[in-house]
Design a protein around this ligand. Structure first.
Ligand code: FES
Ligand SMILES: [Fe+2]
Length: 415
């Protein structure tokens, strides 16, 4: 049984109290007195090429990015190749079972070393002039090596990319000077410490492209304001946004717990993550049964946690106006059967919910770009959106951002 870390700053009592306060303030129709009025967010941050270029240069290269579940690399020789914001990346499990991450580019003349998205191999062989690397990225063979009198093979090993794991989740960071993954996660790590990350099993992955900036999608998974309008019969039937507990964390992360509409037994029939009433052997925070927990991990991850099947959603900008959504469905309980009716129903339900969001977002990018809208107002219930934008500026560095594209900085009640 996995216990919530004692240090977790958000326990059931605090969440119940937050639900009560939120319910009363909504009844009274009152903005919380002590909460700052949030500054508007320049709309050009979503639609202008300059800001996209700033993110590409200074954000995605400096922060930790979730690139794989280790279940995608099940045995020695398994690899996954993908592009991260224009950079070719290769994750591979070596003979010892360790996973290394490299630039997927041959050190001879730069060819893309591995051309399939995934597979299994005993060597990494370049398709151009057949230089060959072992699974640890060491150059082992170079045809006609006598023709390269100055070649020092050991200087031509594949270039490693910094990586770290949270259980079975593989993260990379292109910046060797950035803080560690643990420091980046900060209090978020405690928030989700009851999930047995090392034992999670990958059930399914799914990815598809959406025609808008990545932040438009991230926003839809950062607030419950839209829930009753966009998801009237799905999410809204399961949770009651009047009881939303929100917590903004340092480093741009956010945590949200929304109360179920029904009691625990009834929940089985219409929870957004339908657990089918099956009691799992893994015990998450008891609050998991009372509501829907969802976390935004900066910059581009959303994790709605459930006992049986959780989803990890990662957003990858392909262009200013194009985003790849990558969904990882993971079995949280290491002992439960896999591919059950409940698993399939959960996948279908989340796919449906995501589609509802995408339908609502259809045309948002062009509408924003074409209307000349200057800035977006951010309500109290949308505070998470401001929190991550503020962190984007912290990472990019305010001095690098033209004044008109910056968000004004206000103090937030962060933990
Ligand atoms: S580019 Fe790879 S062997 Fe020449
Ligand atoms: Fe939504």
């Amino acid at each position: 049984m996995h216990q919530l870390n004692d240090k977790c700053p958000w326990h059931a009592e605090a969440i119940h109290a937050a639900w009560k306060i939120e319910m009363s303030r909504r009844l009274e129709k009152k903005h919380p007195d002590k909460f700052p009025t949030l500054p508007e967010i320049p709309a050009a941050r979503y639609v202008c090429q300059d800001f996209f270029a700033l993110e590409k240069t200074f954000l995605w290269t400096r922060t930790w990015l979730l690139v794989a579940h280790l279940g995608e690399l099940p045995q020695p020789g398994s690899y996954k190749a993908f592009d991260v914001i224009g950079k070719p990346v290769l994750a591979v499990r070596d003979q010892n079972g360790d996973v290394g991450v490299f630039f997927n580019s041959c050190k001879h003349r730069g060819a893309r070393l591995v051309q399939d998205d995934k597979g299994i191999t005993s060597r990494l062989n370049c398709p151009y002039h057949a230089w060959s690397y072992d699974l640890g990225g060491t150059l082992k063979y170079c045809p006609d090596d006598y023709d390269f009198p100055a070649l020092s093979k050991c200087q031509k090993n594949l270039t490693k990319i910094r990586s770290a794991t949270l259980g079975n989740l593989l993260f990379i960071c292109f910046d060797n000077n950035a803080k560690s993954l643990d420091c980046h996660l900060g209090a978020m790590k405690d928030m989700i410490s009851d999930v047995p990350w090392s034992e999670t099993r990958l059930y399914q992955t799914r990815h598809f492209d959406v025609d808008c900036n990545w932040k438009f999608i991230h926003d839809a998974f950062s607030e419950t304001y839209h829930v009753s309008y966009v998801h009237p019969k799905s999410v809204n039937a399961a949770i009651n946004r009047t009881y939303t507990a929100r917590l903004m964390l340092r480093n741009g992360h956010n945590a949200m717990y929304v109360k179920n509409r029904a009691d625990e037994k009834e929940m089985a029939s219409h929870n957004v993550f339908d657990q089918g009433g099956i009691d799992q052997s893994v015990k998450l925070q008891p609050i998991t049964k009372e509501g829907q927990r969802s976390y935004n991990i900066f910059p581009n991850i959303t994790v709605p946690v459930a006992e049986n099947l959780s989803v990890i959603m990662v957003l990858w900008p392909l262009a200013s106006n194009k985003t790849k959504i990558a969904l990882y469905y993971i079995k949280v309980d290491p002992d439960s059967p896999i591919d059950t009716d409940v698993d399939r129903a959960t996948v279908n339900a989340f796919n449906q919910i995501t589609q509802e969001d995408i339908n609502a977002l259809r045309g948002i990018h062009e509408a924003t770009a074409g209307s000349g809208i200057i800035s977006f107002v951010v309500g109290y219930g949308e505070q998470f959106i401001y929190n991550y934008h503020r962190e984007i500026d912290n990472i990019i560095g305010a001095d690098n951002i033209p004044q008109a594209l910056r968000v004004a900085q206000v103090e937030l009640p962060l933990i």
